[in-house]
Write a protein that binds this ligand. Structure first.
Ligand code: IPM
Ligand code: MG
Length: 366
């Protein structure tokens, strides 16, 4: 039987609770889909740092490279200096494994979950391809004369031709793939801010050059400020968006709200063909930690993305189908801590829906 080695970083706050539900669902599908998983747990988190002062050691990053995938719950602890553990674990994975694509699908499963008036599931179904190893996240910069009136802070955005091109190429391929799979128009929107930040011109030019190889994909460009406006006004215009690291970070929180909240949004940090990492896009939400109220659907959707990446397409589709069914039918009324369902109940419902033990139908509500 095919056995995958999966690294698990449950992390902080609600991370362990939602990760448990993701793994519960994974265990439920793997038996009848004919594959197995070996889970290797890693303790790195803010809580672990407070206890041991240990961040992710270099040798562990080497170890991760040998796994099939990594699954992460959430990282971030209120008692640790902001960003310290996030940079070590999340950016450690992204940079250490050269996970140059952050794939963030934005899909509305039930009309009532969308805060925009009159938008239906067919209107909100696009994917953001966020460049994941460069830009303002490259950690080039620093602070001089800190805390004095002469303090100077600098940060350099890094955009390499190779880094920009591989993200854009991935965007084009994905646009073609979605067109073939979903029968929707092949369209790619590239988002930068080249009017004010002139070096972003490398994005504009690379997009135009690479775009000549994809005449079947409609090509569109938006500055990031306008993009946020269109995302609210006409989200149905978007199929695939490719953008810089920071802009991708920002617009995908907006995207998560369009699909019903941070509790449902998932992401894949990919180096196509190599070990990749999958995580819900929400943080550790310390105020909900240990209460069994956080929504695990983002983590469960991340498991579905991980299985899809590993080639377990049927298992991935079954999980996504169960999520869609439970949300569209109203059996799970919302993807947040106020759904009236506990974290573990939501996990159980997804498992039951997958196993077909209980069928939630649209007639069940109303
Ligand atoms: C995300 C998060 C991270 C990011 C943080 C936790 C470093 O916001 O995955 O979107 O900025 O990329
Ligand atoms: Mg973010």
């Amino acid at each position: 039987m095919k056995t995958y080695s999966i690294g698990v970083l449950a992390g902080d706050g609600i991370g362990p609770e939602v990760a448990d539900e993701g793994l519960k669902v994974l265990r439920a599908v793997m038996a009848d889909e004919g594959f197995a998983c070996n889970f290797i747990e890693y303790p790195y988190s803010g809580a672990y740092y407070l206890k041991t002062k240990e961040l992710v050691p270099e040798r562990v990053i080497d170890e991760w490279r040998a796994l099939d995938a990594v699954f992460l719950g959430a990282i971030g602890h209120p008692d640790v200096e902001p960003g310290l553990v996030e940079r070590s674990v999340i950016l450690g994975l992204r940079f250490g494994l050269d996970l140059y694509i952050n794939l963030r699908p934005i899909k509305l499963y039930a009309e009532h979950m969308c805060p925009l008036k009159g938008k239906k599931p067919a209107d909100i179904d696009f994917t953001v391809v966020r460049e994941n190893t460069e830009g303002l996240y490259a950690q080039i910069g620093g602070i001089l004369k800190k805390g004095t009136p002469d303090e100077v802070a600098t940060v350099t955005g890094v955009y390499t031709r190779q880094g920009v091109e591989r993200a854009i190429r991935y965007g084009f391929e994905l646009a073609q793939q979605r067109a073939a799979d979903l029968g929707k128009p092949a369209r790619l929107t590239m988002v930068d801010k080249a009017n004010a930040i002139r070096p972003h011109d490398i994005w504009t030019r690379t997009f135009a050059e690479v775009g000549r190889e994809y005449p079947d994909v409609a090509q569109d460009h938006a500055y990031v400020d306008a993009c946020t406006m269109w995302l609210v006004k006409n989200p149905e215009w978007f199929e695939v968006i490719v953008t810089t690291n920071l802009f991708g970070d920002i617009i995908t929180d907006l995207g998560a709200m369009l699909q019903g909240g941070m509790g449902i949004a998932a992401s894949g940090n990919l180096h196509p063909g190599k070990t990749s990492m999958f995580e819900p896009i929400h943080g550790s939400a310390p105020k909900y930690a240990g209460k069994n109220v956080a929504c695990p659907l983002g983590a469960i959707a991340a498991v579905s993305m991980m299985l899809d990446y590993l080639g377990e397409k049927s298992a991935a589709r079954r999980i996504e189908g169960a999520i869609e069914h439970l949300l569209a039918s109203g059996a799970i009324p919302s993807a947040d801590a106020r759904s009236g369902l506990s974290t573990t109940q939501v996990g159980d419902m997804v498992v039951e829906a997958i196993q077909g033990v209980k069928l939630y139908s649209a007639q069940r509500v109303g």
